[in-house]
Ligand binder design. Structure first.
Ligand SMILES: NC(=O)C1=CN([C@@H]2O[C@H](COP(=O)(O)OP(=O)(O)OC[C@H]3O[C@@H](n4cnc5c(N)ncnc54)[C@H](O)[C@@H]3O)[C@@H](O)[C@H]2O)C=CC1
Ligand SMILES: CC(C)CC(=O)C(=O)O
Ligand SMILES: [Mg+2]
Length: 366
């Protein structure tokens, strides 16, 4: 197959981790007989510096001409005092909105060889296998009005019925492919938007009798994610709650550096990016963990290109490298044992190259 991928490295560690993922995709292309055309474009602080715009028209055009987008991360102290319209994060929100990427999938699965790095007791972390389905283009991050003065500030939490319905349906579809359990997380004891959210979940569940649904409040959910994370299968939630809960869930499996994500619209087009941010304090040092971005590239192969065996080849290689005890600094026991971003990526590439093709259907991350 021939596919076009827009690559938006962004800021901080974004360029390092996307470079690693592109190298892995190139090896996959060679091994499985595909051609991937990569076209790079700017977003975030990088785009502000070059074009005074966190999401330039040229970047949108390159993404529109592509089959999928691979993104690193945006943001950093250099732009923190910029006016709102010139913040790197605005570029990320704008690309999600422009392409209607309403369904953000964030799988969190325990990896046996990483359990020792989890802050949780091994018996609590070892069975974790959940999928966070986060609404990505509505809610507080997009509602108007949104502004502040020194005397006051306003943000708006707005959801339409249609926005809630489509993400709820998506979560039921994923639950049917998994263990058939949804925890729908809201704040319905306070928020009006959550009351509508609950009503729509209850309406929709009638069409999915094989799926069990539990409504949960976000505050106690954040506690249960730590005390009993293995109890969750699909977590369905709105934009900001999903943002917060997914960073919390990431440490269960060891490091924010290993959690991938897919941001999908209704068709197969998607944007793939790690859950983490631009980690400015480690940028440029060659020590960032590229696993989250490499695994996001695997999600791209699965969801946008329908390349299941290729996705599994990457996931299997990442697992094997972890099993071998090879870690970047965020997971290694000591600085001496830590591999650089490049060294760790080379291990994954070597692993893919040595896999036999018949070996490629193994357990996948979602
Ligand atoms: N999707 C995106 O582009 C996101 C961007 N951000 C932006 O990133 C900047 C930094 O935000 P933070 O709150 O510090 O979150 P962060 O996710 O960048 O970093 C949190 C912690 O995790 C570590 N970390 C993150 N990714 C890592 C990796 N791949 N390997 C090793 N360690 C890793 C960092 O060093 C830091 O200690 C801010 O400007 C923020 O707005 C934050 C979250 C998402
Ligand atoms: C930087 C924000 C706009 C988004 C974020 O933190 C996320 O999507 O995880
Ligand atoms: Mg976040």
């Amino acid at each position: 197959m021939e596919k076009k991928v827009a690559v938006l490295p962004g800021d901080g560690i974004g360029p390092e981790v996307t470079e690693a993922a592109v190298k892995v995709l190139e090896v996959i292309a060679k091994r499985f007989g595909h051609t991937f055309h990569f076209e790079h474009a700017s977003i975030g602080g990088d785009a502000i510096d070059q074009h005074q715009n966190p999401l330039p028209d040229e970047t949108i055009a390159i993404c529109e001409a592509s089959d999928a987008v691979l993104l690193g991360a945006v943001g950093g102290p250099k732009w923190d005092q910029n006016p709102q319209a010139l913040r790197p994060e605005k570029g990320l929100l704008a690309i999600r909105k422009h392409f209607d990427l309403f369904a953000n999938l964030r799988p969190v699965k325990a990896v046996p060889s990483l359990l020792h790095t989890s802050p949780l007791k091994e018996e609590n972390a070892k069975e974790v296998d959940m999928l966070i389905v986060r609404e990505l283009t509505g809610g507080l991050y997009f509602g108007e009005p949104s502004h502040h003065t020194d005397e006051g500030a306003v943000d708006t939490l707005l959801y339409t019925r249609a926005e809630i319905e489509r993400i709820v349906e998506k979560s039921f579809e994923f639950a049917q492919l998994r263990k058939g359990k949804i925890a729908s997380v809201d704040k319905a004891n306070v928020l009006e938007s959550s009351k509508l959210w609950r009503k729509i979940v209850d309406e929709k569940k009638v069409a999915y009798p094989d799926v069990e649904v539990e409504h949960m409040l976000v505050d106690s959910t954040s506690m249960k994610l730590i005390t009993n994370p293995a109890a969750f299968d699909v977590i369905l939630t709105e934009n900001m709650f999903g943002d917060i809960l997914s960073d919390e869930a990431s440490v269960i499996t060891g490091s924010l550096g290993v959690l991938p994500s897919a941001s999908m619209r209704a068709d197969s087009f998607g944007l793939y990016e790690p859950v983490h941010g631009s980690a400015p304090e480690i940028a440029g040092k060659g020590i960032a963990n590229p696993a989250a971005t490499i695994l996001s590239a695997a999600m791209m192969l699965r969801y946008s290109f329908g390349m299941e065996a290729e996705a599994v080849a990457i996931e299997k290689a990442v697992d094997t490298v972890f099993e071998d005890g090879s870690f970047t600094a965020d997971l290694a026991d000591s600085a001496q044992q830590a591999l650089t971003t490049q060294e760790w990526t080379e291990k994954v590439i070597n692993e893919i190259e040595s896999q036999s093709v018949s070996n490629s259907i193994m357990n996948s991350y979602v």
